[in-house]
Write a protein that binds this ligand. Structure first.
Ligand SMILES: [Zn+2]
Length: 146
């Protein structure tokens, strides 16, 4: 309720808090307010923020980028913990460019999701990265058309 606006038209969707574009908006907002970050060098070169820039910035121990990714992992893990507690899945597959490029984000999200879930369902849920990487959604959609 009263959450951040989402690209789908609704407010407060997990997408508006835990996606690469959500992280990008947080970073851009902080930079506009004068926060410093090594990612500014990459943006000057390329114009826009990519998952690989986020990865490199975390590896360079950038405080702002780590903070923005930690915040997204906090939200995403909360959503995943709700799914674990509600339907007790055997497997959760996480995909997309950010998960693919930024292992820190993937590992942190899993760790937090397990900590926020009920102990028994958490111990029964396995996590994997999507095998098809950033193209998983598109390839899945193509198979639905058959
Ligand atoms: Zn939405």
């Amino acid at each position: 309720m009263n959450g951040r606006p989402c690209a789908c038209g609704a407010h407060g969707c997990l997408e508006a808090y835990a996606s690469r574009s959500a992280i990008e908006k947080r970073i851009e907002g902080a930079l506009k307010k004068g926060r410093e970050s090594v990612i500014s060098d990459y943006i000057e070169e390329n114009g826009k923020i990519t998952s690989h820039m986020i990865k490199d910035s975390i590896e360079r121990k950038d405080e702002l980028i780590t903070q923005c990714v930690d915040e997204a992992a906090e939200y995403l893990s909360g959503g995943i913990a709700s799914i674990i507690n509600l339907i007790n899945p055997k497997l959760i597959v996480l995909g997309g460019g950010l998960i693919d490029a930024v292992d820190y984000f993937y590992q942190r999200t899993i760790k937090l999701a397990k900590a926020k879930s009920l102990p028994i369902p958490a111990s029964q849920t396995e996590f994997k990265k999507a095998a098809l990487g950033d193209f998983s959604g598109v390839i899945g959609a193509a198979f639905l058309e058959r």
